[in-house]
Ligand binder design. Structure first.
Ligand SMILES: Nc1ncnc2c1ncn2[C@@H]1O[C@H](COP(=O)(O)OP(=O)(O)OP(=O)(O)O)[C@@H](O)[C@H]1O
Ligand SMILES: [Mg+2]
Length: 328
């Protein structure tokens, strides 16, 4: 098997509707490495779910090819299904049964014996920390508990790749962080995770690499760090004593050092834009010392993935989600 466990070539899905053709996915090329957490970030309506459903053999592409674990999705869907798990945007647990019963049912659907399914279910209860509620009927679960059960169902048959569509939508920050931990745990067990999200913080924290999609087309791809670096470095904001008196002279001295790409001054702050804040901050402190300027505050901020999105598309991911009724 190649280093890539999921690849797509020029993948397209067009829907025809009364108002014309919707190009939901429009020529997407993806390459997901074995064992990584791959983030698929985009605003509402970008084409994330449509792409995921095609990858998971649940929808036929208009054109293009998909290969998963060495199998062509169009020609060998059954082999592909054996290697993947899928947790849809709305989950899939069967509510009148308990969590464990749902897990066992899933195992049986994949051909496990009852004893095997029972053993695997108990293993997952431990791994995903479902102990407190696994023997309760699913409709008594909280949102976070349901999501964790959904993930357990998705990996019951030990897939190589797990597709998660917006796994943390609607969860509070505590439950979201818990689920992030569980997803990271799955990765350490060797599962490749392909996850869609419109939360840039989530994509940033979880993904080893990510692809940004907008209006069916790929906008950018890379590690979160590399994508943010592309935007052009860090901003060091300093507040100094007697800024009115020393500010001008200080700005000239900083400019002379040669590491800043831009310097701006606000009422209480001087902002110094640099390629790599961590490399510069020591030199800056030394300069302040030499100039006998007393530092009050200093912060270094990196660009966010929203800055990446903004630079590539001309609008903010946050704004776009708000426009379309998203809940970012
Ligand atoms: N069956 C369909 N018929 C017509 N249009 C569709 C169909 N399914 C999806 N679309 C359209 O395709 C586009 C992409 O939808 P998709 O569900 O893939 O977006 P998404 O990125 O998952 O968005 P969200 O973040 O809101 O879940 C949208 O414009 C959507 O309205
Ligand atoms: Mg979706």
């Amino acid at each position: 098997m190649s280093e890539f466990i999921v690849t797509t070539k020029n993948l397209k899905k067009y829907f025809s509707s009364r108002s014309g053709t919707v190009k939901a996915v429009d020529g997407v090329n993806l390459a997901v490495r074995q064992g990584e957490i791959f983030g698929f970030l985009g605003p509402n309506g970008a084409g994330k779910t449509t792409t995921l459903r095609m990858l998971a053999t649940l929808m036929t592409p208009t054109s293009g090819t998909i290969n998963i674990a060495g199998f062509d999705v169009a020609k060998q869907p059954d082999e592909v299904r054996r290697h993947i798990g899928y947790v849809g945007q709305n989950g899939g647990s069967d509510r009148p049964a308990t969590g464990v019963e749902n897990l066992i049912l899933q195992g049986r659907l994949y051909g496990m014996s009852h004893a095997e399914a029972n053993e695997r279910a108990r293993e997952l209860v431990k791994l995903l920390q479902l102990n407190d509620f696994a023997d309760r009927i699913v409709y008594t679960y909280s949102g976070g508990q349901r999501r964790r059960l959904d993930v357990a169902i998705g990996i019951m048959h030990r897939p190589d790749v797990l597709f998660l569509d917006e796994p943390t939508v609607g969860l509070d920050p505590q439950n979201r962080a818990n689920l992030w931990d569980e997803i990271t745990k799955l990765k350490s067990q060797g599962v490749t995770i392909f996850l869609t999200t419109h939360y840039m913080e989530e994509a940033d924290i979880l993904s080893d690499r990510l692809t940004i999609i907008d209006e069916g087309k790929i906008v950018d791809e890379g590690t979160p760090e590399a994508l943010k670096k592309e935007v052009g470095g860090d901003c060091i904001a300093i507040g100094v004593e007697n800024q009115q008196d020393v500010g001008q002279k200080l700005k000239i001295a900083i400019k002379k050092e040669g590491y800043s790409t831009k310097i701006t001054e606000e009422s209480e702050l001087i902002k110094i834009y640099v390629k790599d804040g961590a490399l510069v901050v020591g030199r800056l402190m030394k300069l302040l010392d030499q100039q006998k300027v007393k530092l009050r505050t200093i912060t270094i901020t990196e660009p966010s993935l929203d800055d990446v999105f903004l630079q590539k598309t001309g609008y903010s991911l946050r704004d776009k989600d708000l426009d379309e009724g998203g809940q970012s």
